[in-house]
Ligand binder design. Structure first.
Ligand SMILES: NC(=O)c1ccc[n+]([C@@H]2O[C@H](COP(=O)([O-])OP(=O)(O)OC[C@H]3O[C@@H](n4cnc5c(N)ncnc54)[C@H](OP(=O)(O)O)[C@@H]3O)[C@@H](O)[C@H]2O)c1
Length: 291
């Protein structure tokens, strides 16, 4: 298989590139430095010349060091998360190339009224339409709206990526590095498993559409802390904010999404996602400290 990867220079893109190469597929990378990716004509030309079997978009604007930064760079964030997916859609559809888009679970907050996780048929409830969200989440929800009629397209929702490799971008590392933690319940994605599931969508010929690619279940921050301590990875005295209000007052500029997603649609089509507790445990067992 020949894959064009847009956004290979990022945290998520690097894992795609690693797995594409491990599988022995042919990889062509496309990014802002090599092409005007916001121009349908130039992107169509580049993708047409590459003549790949599929295209994967993992470019997007995340905000560094966190989503607060998106509030100060709204144009780039809107462009990267909402405009770019539409440009890629036009280019891929004009060439008839199947493609996948890295989306986010952060377009939801909380759980369904009955306490279960949101499914792919639930509408985003943390978006500009509710006027309750961060700029980042709003733009990610718009990106999905843009793709609502996309052809031959997977929309893969990633949520709070983690792995066994210590890194400032890994949630299990972030938990250890924050001065104070916010207690919250979330679904999370083991990044290598997420990427494997995305690539498997093409090889298993999974029906196109939206997939919540989070590890089944959810965890609270204190459960993650307990697992980190139990694994002997940190002896730190972890401190928590007293409330979300205190977190918002002292540490954040924009609301955060904390949410539970239901990944049973992905499991039903044969994608492999380990239950969240076991997946975190495995990452901690195989922990590789940053050198
Ligand atoms: N990491 C997370 O916690 C997380 C969670 C859920 C979903 N996601 C989604 O996953 C995708 C990748 O995230 P990441 O963590 O890999 O981010 P990242 O490490 O910041 O990498 C972002 C990638 O997108 C490109 N990019 C950034 N801003 C852009 C813009 N305005 N226009 C076009 N390209 C742009 C960058 O390319 P250059 O080399 O040109 O800068 C880079 O390749 C994003 O869509 C993000 O929303 C991430």
């Amino acid at each position: 298989m020949h894959i064009v990867l847009i956004g290979a220079t990022g945290y998520v893109g690097a894992e795609f590139a690693r797995q594409i190469e491990t599988r022995g597929y042919r990889l062509t990378t496309v990014g802002r430095s090599s092409c005007d990716i916001y121009s349908v004509d130039s992107l169509t030309k580049v993708l047409g010349e590459a003549s790949s079997d599929v295209v994967i978009n993992c470019a997007g604007y995340t905000g560094k060091p966190n989503v607060d930064a998106c509030e100060l760079d709204k144009t780039n964030c809107l462009a990267g998360n909402a405009v770019l997916p539409g440009v890629i859609q036009k280019a891929c559809e004009s060439l008839g190339i199947p493609w996948g888009h890295v989306s986010s679970g952060c377009i939801f907050t909380g759980t369904r009224d009955d306490g279960t996780g949101f499914t792919e048929s639930d509408a985003a409830n943390f978006s500009f339409r509710q006027n309750n969200c961060s700029w980042y989440s709003g733009t990610k929800a718009l990106g999905e709206e843009v793709l609502s009629d996309a052809q031959q397209c997977y929309v893969w929702r990633l949520r709070i990526p983690f792995s066994n490799i210590d890194s400032p971008r890994n949630y299990l590392s972030k938990v250890q590095r924050y001065e104070n933690l916010l207690e919250a319940e979330n679904s999370l994605s083991n990044l290598p498993e997420y990427v494997t599931a995305c690539l498997d969508c093409f090889t298993k010929r999974v029906p196109y559409g939206i997939y919540n690619l989070t590890n089944p279940g959810s965890v609270t921050t204190s459960q993650v802390v307990a697992m980190i301590k139990e694994a002997g990875i940190s002896t730190k005295e972890f401190r928590f904010f007293n409330s979300e209000d205190e977190f918002m007052r002292l540490a954040a500029k924009t609301p955060r999404s904390n949410c539970v997603l239901d990944s049973s649609k992905a499991l039903a089509v044969g994608l492999r996602l380990t239950p969240i507790g076991a997946s975190i445990q495995q990452s901690l067992n195989d922990w590789v400290r940053e050198s």
